[in-house]
Every structure is written in structure tokens, then in C-alpha cells.
Design a protein around this ligand. Structure first.
Ligand code: SF4
Ligand code: FES
Length: 253
């Protein structure tokens, strides 16, 4: 009788935000075309570990299932990436799943990415609009610039670039590459430019541009191919101009 094909997973688990992490191994039946999410769903359906002991279902987050929301980000075989696009057939076994350590662990593979969302608030990563009356059509952007901006707008706040960056950790308040790149995006928008000086001020202080160590890990890790290091270099140039403006007493860049 032929042996049934299985998938081996070693998952780093943590029961509570303040409890110690531990590893648990699982062996689940193989099906063609599985991804890490479907493997985790199989464990949820039948939470029994590789020793045959009943255990608690593994906790993780997911939403879009098409690499758009960033919620399912975790460290898979040592690499931060999205679980929904990690195909089992392309992964070496045993497959190791760990939470992204840059963020506080909520439970198992679920992390709290508030740090990144708070940074987006700090840098005003939005276009201010007054919804009390009809503003009419907004200013038009030249097509080439719109296409360029679209590339930067693909950021899904997944946190992978922060996880890959050696300068983002619990001891540093560096906001990290993704929020910096969003500053470049919103500064370039004709309406967003109104808040350019405020955004620059936010990233010229503690935890901003100066905390980047230029390791270049972020740009290699980003699943959306966002030119993060180019954005940071462009912002450094803008920061120099802003410093001169500040020195000569003008708020405008
Ligand atoms: S810049 Fe890329 S890696 Fe960083 S949060 Fe956005 S999509 Fe994720
Ligand atoms: S579930 Fe949205 S990126 Fe994976």
C-alpha cells in the first residue's frame, strides 16, 4: 500500500501576548495546489499535532487572500511574506511558520501592526478633503506622474519591510520604510502637497529619516516592488531643502 503524502509544519506558537513562545509540529494530509493559509485551515479543522495530541487551533489573520490586504503576513521558512501567496509545493519542508517579531504578538501568528498605522497618522498619510460641500473635480495629474504614484500607492501596510529592516525593533522608534514612502506619495499629490511641510517636519525628527541605516533590506523584501530606498533618498534631498527653508524662515518647500 502506498504511503499517503503529508505536509510537515513547525509553528511557533504563543498563547498570550506576555507568555513564552514554543514550537508545535503538525503533519497534515497533502492536497494539490495548497498554500500556507489552506494548510492552517486544515489544522484549524482538525487541531491535532504531529504527536497525535489534541491541541488548540493555530491563530492567524487573513482577509483578501490575494496579496492585497497584508493581514496574513508572517515569517515563512525565515522570510517575511504573505501566507496567502506562499504555495506549499514551492516551500521546503518542514515548513516553519513564525510571527513577525517586529510587532507585538497577539497570539500564535497574529501580530499587532498598530505601530505602522500610528506612524501613518503621525506623517498625515492622507489627502485632506473637506466633505461638507462638493469640491468638484480635483486637480488633474499628468498621466506619467499618476502611473508613478500608482506604484507607490500599492503599499498594503503588510509590515514585511519593517520586519526586514534591522533598524526597526522594540528598542527603536524608527517609523520604517513604508510610512516614509507614503510621505513621498502624498507630498507628490497636488492636494496632498498642502501638508508637505508638516509631513517633512514629522519625518525630520526623532524616529524619522535619520534612523535609516541604509541596509537596503526593505526594497528587496517588499512584495509589491515599491522603490523604498529611492523614496528615502528622495525624501533626504527634500529634507535638506526643507532645512534651508526653515533656516530662512519660510514654511514652504
Ligand atoms: S512598502 Fe511593501 S513591504 Fe512595506 S508595508 Fe508596504 S507593501 Fe509591505
Ligand atoms: S490575506 Fe490579504 S494579503 Fe494575504
Amino acid at each position: 500500500m502506498s504511503e499517503k503524502k503529508t505536509i510537515r509544519l513547525i509553528i511557533t506558537r504563543q498563547d498570550r501576548p506576555d507568555s513564552a513562545p514554543y514550537e508545535e509540529e503538525f503533519e497534515i494530509p497533502y492536497r494539490p495546489n495548497m498554500n500556507v493559509i489552506s494548510a492552517l485551515m486544515e489544522i484549524r479543522r482538525n487541531p491535532v499535532n504531529a504527536k497525535g495530541q489534541k491541541t488548540t487551533p493555530v491563530v492567524w489573520e487573513m482577509n483578501c487572500l490575494e496579496e492585497v490586504c497584508g493581514a496574513c503576513s508572517m515569517v515563512i521558512n525565515g522570510k517575511p511574506r504573505q501566507a496567502c501567496t506562499a504555495l506549499i509545493d514551492k516551500l521546503e519542508q518542514p515548513i516553519r511558520l513564525e510571527p513577525m517579531r517586529t510587532f507585538p504578538v497577539v497570539r500564535d501568528l497574529q501580530v499587532d501592526r498598530s505601530r505602522m498605522f500610528d506612524s501613518l497618522k503621525k506623517v498625515k498619510a492622507w489627502i485632506p478633503i473637506d466633505g461638507t460641500y462638493d469640491l468638484g473635480p480635483g486637480p488633474r495629474m499628468p498621466e506619467r506622474k499618476r502611473q508613478w504614484a500608482y506604484e507607490l500607492s500599492k503599499c498594503m501596510t503588510c509590515g514585511v519591510c519593517l520586519e526586514a529592516c534591522p533598524n526597526v525593533n522594540s528598542k527603536s522608534n524608527f517609523i520604517g520604510p513604508a510610512p516614509l514612502s507614503q510621505v513621498r506619495l502624498f507630498n507628490a499629490h497636488p492636494t496632498g502637497a498642502m501638508h508637505k511641510a508638516e509631513r517633512m517636519k514629522a519625518i525630520m525628527g526623532d524616529g524619522g529619516l535619520a534612523n535609516c541605516g541604509n541596509s537596503q533590506n526593505c526594497v528587496q523584501a517588499c512584495p509589491k516592488g515599491i522603490p523604498l530606498t529611492t523614496s528615502i533618498a528622495a525624501l533626504n534631498r527634500e529634507a535638506t531643502i526643507q532645512m534651508f527653508r526653515n533656516f530662512f524662515g519660510s514654511d514652504e518647500v
